[in-house]
Structure formats: structure tokens, C-alpha cells
Design a binder for this molecule. Sequence first.
Ligand code: DOR
Ligand code: ZN
Length: 349
Amino acid sequence: MTKTIKIIQPDDWHVHLREGEMLKQVTKCTSRVNKRCIAMPNTNIPITTSKLALEYKKIIKENSFNKNFDPLIPCYLTENLKLEDFRLGLEKNIFIGGKLYPTNATTNSEFGVHNIKSIYPVLEIIENKKKVLLVHGEKIRNNIDIFDREKYFIDEDLVKIRHDFPNLKIVLEHVSSSYGVDFVNSNNNIAGTITPHHMMLTKKDVFSNNTINPHHFCMPVVKTENDLISIRNAACNNNSKFFLGTDSAPHHVDQKHPNLSTKAGIFSASISIELYAQIFEEEGCLDKFEKFSSINGPKFYNLPINNNHIILSKEDWEVPNYLEKDEIKIKNFFGGKKLSWKLNEVNYS
Ligand code: DOR
Ligand code: ZN
């Protein structure tokens, strides 16, 4: 008989669903398996107001695989945010929290935050409303090496935020280093999302022979074997502080180049739960999978745990190279490679 695993339906606590035609295709993938997602607000027109957030939610829902899919939106924080609109947006649950993008850290982050002190009134509101600050934790400065950005952000900014707002709930998104894992583990009111690619790739998979593999290039960039092991341990050992967030970030293949002018982002939404299952199996921790995929996230966000279940079956299959429809062509992470788990049943009630 085929081996199967049954887990509570997961949520993706960090995903990019984009806009237009691309949104239609990638939203199908994310809503096929997840009950909820946090759809990141770094769209071409960033989601900085509650009006934009409501419109974005509506479009996502209209394009979902199942009608019960629930997209949650954080507000894109800027230095001149309309505070009253933000406060009301949090109160009415239009926003799940605020997303801090340091200026020029990643895709569409040019309207992000340069000086953290300038958003202290915003952080105070998030703390008082018991919502969540989601952080792209990278410090961008000419003399900071791309591999050290997370560490510098923690040392120069996150330590201060933690100190000045001790009750503020923070998610360090896409933790990419053992330094980041240690910081989350040793501080209160902070959790971390973990992507499949930060548990599967190291810098050798991105940079070799003076060229880069644009399909493995993301922000924060994947790092050393030691970092990968530390992130795997954080995910796979029943640690409540870490949960599923794919950071699936699609770009059209035309935007992917074998040099640093390429767009950063790895598209994994089409195979996300299967990738995580494979990692947990490799670590001999399938019994701890559900806690990471379906329990730790809602607990941190103070939301109910999903009622439904999904079933994955043990079955080898080859991931298609591309998600392709009309003018959309996106490279699938793991395209052309074999996965050993397949989603086979979801009850969408
Ligand atoms: O690689 C990334 N791509 N990292 C991010 O933080 C953003 C994302 C995107 O939106 O393309
Ligand atoms: Zn992201």
C-alpha cells in the first residue's frame, strides 16, 4: 500500500502573489494546498493603504483555487505612512501587521524604510494593537557583504527594535543564517519563517565559475552548509518559534539573467508542501512536520488552527520545469528533479 501522511491543512505565512496575469497563475498554486497565506505587499504599486489592501484581498480571493482561501495582507511600511488609516486597518483586521522592507533590500523595496527611528510611531501602533511586525532583515550598505546583511541588520537594527518595543511581536522572515536562528531562539516575542530553498541550497548552488544561477538567486541569499544545517534544525525539531513561509517569489523567465542584474526570487508555490515533506523526511522528522506547517504559525499570529486536513502520498514524480500559461513563463524551483511526496487530497470545506 502507498505510504501516506495526513496533516492539518497548512498556511503559507510568506508568499508573493504579484499582480495581473501572474497573480492568476500563482494564486492557484498557493490556494491549492493552503488555507491561508500572507500575501506580501511589495507589489508594483505597494500596498500602503487599507483601500489597496481590501482591493488586493478581493482580487486574490477571486482567483483562488478554493473559495475558502483566506489571504492576509501586511501593510507595506514607509516613512510617511498615513497613521490613522494604518491604525484603523489593523483594528478592522484589514492588515495582519506591517512589513518592514529596508530601502533597496529586494524587489520593489525602494519605498521602504531608510531610518528605522522614523517608523517608531508605526511600531508603537503595531505593539499596542498586538499585531505583528514582519521584517525583511537585511542591512543594505556599500561596505556590507551580501552574505553578512542579515547579521548587520540584527546587530544594528533588530536589537534596538527588540529593546525599545519589548512587547512587539516580530517575525524575522526567511531566516537565512545560523546567526538569525540564534537571535530568534534567544529573544522573546520573535519567531521566524523558513523557506524550502534556505534548507536545500548553499551559495555553491548560486555562484560558480563567475556566473550565477538566477533561479537560485534570492534575498536573503542562501549561505553556507553550516547555516543550512542550523535552519533545518530550527524547522525540524519541534521548535514553536519557526514556521512555514515559502517566500515563493515568481519572476518571468525574461527577468532572470546569469548575473547580478537578475531579479531575486525563487518560485516554489507549485510544489511547496512536497518540498517541505521531503526535507522533514530527510531529517527523519516527519512526525514533527505538522507542527511546523500548520500549528506554530497560527499560534504565533493568534489565529485558529485550521480544521481541514491534507494527505500527501509517497510517490516519485518529476517537477515540470516551468509554470507556463499564455504569456506567463516562470521557472519552477526543483524543475526537472524528482520529488518523493505528492499532494493527493485536500478537503476544501
Ligand atoms: O528573493 C526575494 N524576492 N526576496 C524577497 O524578499 C522579495 C522577493 C520578491 O518579491 O521578488
Ligand atoms: Zn518575500
